[in-house]
Ligand binder design. Structure first.
Ligand code: LLP
Length: 403
């Protein structure tokens, strides 16, 4: 049975820890991870949790305990992952647009590195030659993903080295005797069509013969999870079948088996997360009935930034008559979470929960309007653990230098 937390329990957490509050359900992360490992059980596949989605160190430790590897997008994420206990061999740093100093630091930490520019690859060659294996992030020129803001593999994207520049990569490989261990592509987020991954594999198969030391193929993340009832999700078993078939039909030239990597973020942690808010004010207007909660895009920016849909439920009045509301925040911007949404009757003081809040929720939050960042709670083995205290006033001043 799918793991979820009941509205009554979420209400009690709101009362116990206060709001706004992020709640994560550990066993749901496990359930999602097991869906991946079960579907790919007959293949040589490894999953790297894209921790940019949620980096609370307790979540990292939990994901590590499940046996997953970790994918990082900054040197600080690398350090957090190592701090959380991931051994360096299980830490991948997929960088983009970074200074070479971060790459050198990643080498000194001994983690796996994907480089996404010719200039950094050249600097890498000059400094390390073939003494340290390295991966290359390619831009396959494929359009994929929920919308343009979260699509990263198309022909106008900043990410990766365009596949049409492969000759230049090969020239660097020759000049510096580079040990290219993996080829990486990540085409976007919320990809429900598994054929997008297959298309990526086909593009890589054209290139594989030219990279003689290749051991891994990294197909990135981007599996879609449902955000609303009836929403499609990536069919992971179908994906596994198609990936296996593709590799079976295209044996690697050197006869070496290539291990396949994925970097799921949302798939592992989106559905484990709940964001609990409290209704401060109800305002009737000609245009809408506004329900203003004690939050805003400072805490959950996805609806405003990507037009993302998050299901919202009134957990403290589950039997109230359904009515239409526009759910907004309390910050000094137009921070509309949902416009004209049907919700059980909302009263001031009610708790509204936002679902799918585990991925890119807290992680993209800020202190805008000098509001405190929310607290975070992890539910594990039926126990609620506070894993980040709510900001206090001193946090707002912490790094300021008073003259
Ligand atoms: N690998 C790489 C290289 C990535 O850039 C990303 C996401 C992932 C893996 C994980 O993708 P996922 O499985 O979570 O879809 N903040 C946006 C999504 C942008 C993610 C950027 N990179 C959102 O809230 O929808």
């Amino acid at each position: 049975m799918s793991q979820s937390l009941s509205p009554e329990y979420l209400t009690s957490l709101g009362q116990q820890f206060g709001t706004p509050l992020y709640v994560y359900h550990a066993e749901k992360i496990k359930e999602q991870y097991e869906k991946l490992t079960t579907a790919f059980r007959n293949s040589n596949t490894v999953f790297f949790y894209a921790c940019k989605a949620l980096t609370n160190v307790n979540v990292l430790k939990y994901v590590c305990s499940l046996g997953a590897n970790v994918d990082c997008s900054s040197i600080n994420e690398v350090k957090l992952a190592l701090y959380a206990g991931f051994p360096k061999e299980r830490v991948l740093y997929t960088s983009n647009g970074i200074g070479f100093d971060e790459i050198a630091e990643a080498v000194s930490l001994g983690v796996i590195i994907n480089i996404d520019s010719l200039s950094n690859l050249e600097k890498f060659g000059q400094k390390y030659g073939g003494t340290y294996p390295v991966g290359v992030r390619l831009r396959p020129n494929i359009m994929a993903g929920g919308n343009l803001k979260i699509s990263t593999g198309h022909d106008k994207s900043k990410f990766g080295i365009p596949v049409d520049q492969v000759e230049k990569i090969l020239a660097l490989v020759d000049s510096y005797n580079l040990d290219i261990a993996d080829l990486h592509i990540h085409t976007g987020s919320e990809i429900k069509d598994v054929d997008v991954f297959v298309k990526g594999i086909e593009i890589l198969f054209e290139l594989i013969p030219q990279f003689r030391s290749l051991r891994f193929i990294d197909l990135g993340g981007g599996f879609k999870v449902p955000y609303k009832d009836g929403d499609a999700q990536t069919d992971i078993q179908l994906l596994a079948d198609k990936v296996n078939a593709a590799f079976a039909n295209h044996p690697n030239p050197g006869g070496r088996p290539l291990q396949v990597w994925f970097e799921p973020g949302k798939f592992l942690v989106s559905e484990c997360g709940y964001f609990i808010t409290k209704v401060n004010v109800l305002k009737e207007t000609d245009a809408a009935t506004f329900a203003s909660v004690d939050s805003g895009f400072n805490h959950l920016i996805r609806p405003m930034f990507y037009d993302a849909y998050h299901r919202i439920e009134n957990i403290s009045n589950p039997n109230g008559a359904p009515r239409r509301y526009s759910v907004v925040g309390n910050i000094c911007e137009t921070d509309t979470f949902a416009w004209d949404r049907t919700i059980n009757e909302v009263r001031e003081g009610d708790y509204l929960v936002f679902y799918n809040a585990g991925a890119y929720g807290f992680e993209m939050s800020s202190n805008f309007n000098s509001r405190y960042k929310p607290a975070e709670v992890l539910i594990k083995d039926g126990q609620a653990h506070l894993i980040r205290r709510r900001d206090v006033f001193e946090d707002l001043l912490r790094n300021q230098v008073e003259l």
